[in-house]
Design a binder for this molecule. Structure first.
Ligand code: SAM
Ligand code: SF4
Length: 362
């Protein structure tokens, strides 16, 4: 088949990174460097920051949040816009070049466009947002004017009833209209995130392929990860990226996009007939930890070096106790330096992180 790829090779600064096997083993680590970019002990340079602006959400997607009884952070625990801007300014000085707003649902944070403007002013190469799409149609022009470049809109089914069943709230027509509005506002290229779950929506892979071809939007099939708050994830619910690619390739031959300019996480493919692009995010079956360049800021101001790592440092507590930017820099450097070589999902002793996806920021 035309589309098989290998797990990406890691950077070679300190020897190869193993992305399978006992990845929780830690190297003996000296102190992180005090200058240069944000680098870990495996030579991975971190240039991408995910900013969660809230843990709240107006949806309750089956793969993410329970239907009832979700505890949310008290508002006073959230970083203020000024605090977020301060952290990203330090991160920019340390070489971070792209940021993405996420959550929870970022659009439920009041006055988000103001924050986008403050962060965009710092001078990042890319300023993006991931959203479930509700409220986006109205907000898109303001977000674009504030400096947002592009959006990923999550949409796991093209069938209205199924969409409602998976996401529990909201409706398909609204999210499709939001995609149109976002593009009309210049938020392009627009990508569509699909969490593929066996027995739930995996019969729509070809429908999403046709959607990508018809609309020109890049559809990204994300493997279901053990980050759902209800803790009901099972390995047999994961639709391997290789299956997605094989099915699409059988219908419309694919070719790999050699230089996507995107170190992680999506592997991108073009339809050979020029009909558009799709991506797969194979976090479970083909982990891309070896090339991960990403760090995360939670809504309550903790820096995390991996979705799956519970090791957090509270930059909020540092800032609120009067720390200077040099202390924020040290905390960011330490957080990156401590990163493990892989997320460990496939280790026998894997333990889910304490915080789930919406609490960390996806
Ligand atoms: N609320 C926004 C949304 O749904 O797009 C942004 C936050 S959401 C946590 C970010 C992305 O993570 C979405 O594309 C969502 O589908 C995906 N996601 C959530 N839970 C997941 C899980 N358990 N496994 C894989 N992807 C997941
Ligand atoms: Fe909300 Fe996004 Fe999680 Fe769905 S995936 S519950 S929209 S945070």
């Amino acid at each position: 088949m035309a589309v098989v790829t290998e797990t990406p090779e890691p950077p070679d600064a300190t020897g190869p990174v193993r992305v399978a096997g006992p990845v929780r083993r830690r190297r003996p680590a000296a102190a992180p460097p005090t200058e240069g970019p944000l680098v870990d002990t495996y030579g991975r340079v971190h240039t991408d920051l995910r900013i969660s602006v809230t843990d709240r959400c107006n949806f309750r997607c089956v793969y993410c949040m329970p239907e009832e009884g979700v505890p949310f952070l008290p508002r006073a625990d959230l970083l203020t816009f000024e605090e977020i801007t301060r952290v990203v300014t330090v991160a920019h000085r340390l070489g971070v070049r792209s940021v993405r707003f996420t959550g929870g649902e970022p659009l439920v944070r009041r006055d988000l466009a103001e924050l986008v403007a403050m962060v965009a002013d710092v001078g990042f190469d890319d300023v993006a947002l991931t959203t479930n799409g509700t409220g986006l149609a109205a907000l898109a022009p303001r977000l674009a004017a504030a400096g947002l470049r592009r959006v990923n809109v999550s949409c796991d089914s093209l069938r209205p009833e199924r969409y409602a069943r998976i996401r529990r709230r909201g409706d398909l027509a609204t999210v499709l209209a939001a995609m149109d509005a976002a593009e009309a506002a210049g938020l392009e290229p627009l990508k569509v995130n699909v969490v593929a779950i066996a027995g739930v929506n995996d019969d729509e892979i070809e429908d999403f392929g046709a959607f990508a071809r018809r609309t020109g939007r890049e559809v990204r099939f994300i493997e279901f990860m053990p980050l759902d708050a209800p803790g009901s994830w099972r390995r047999d619910q994961v639709v391997p990226a290789s299956d997605v690619l094989a099915r699409l390739d059988a219908r419309w031959p694919l070719k790999v996009v050699a230089d996507s300019g995107d170190p992680a996480p999506a592997e991108r493919y073009r339809f050979r007939d020029g009909g558009g692009t799709i991506g797969v995010v194979a976090s479970v079956t083909r982990p891309f930890c070896g090339t991960c360049n990403r760090l995360r800021l939670t809504a309550d101001g903790a820096v995390r070096n991996c979705l799956f790592s519970d090791a957090e440092r509270s930059l909020r507590d540092l800032m609120r106790s009067g720390a200077g930017d040099d202390e924020l820099e040290t905390a960011l450097r330490r957080a990156v330096w401590d990163k493990l070589p892989g997320h460990g999902i496939n280790d026998p002793g894997f333990l889910r992180p304490v915080r789930s996806m919406s609490m960390i920021g996806g």
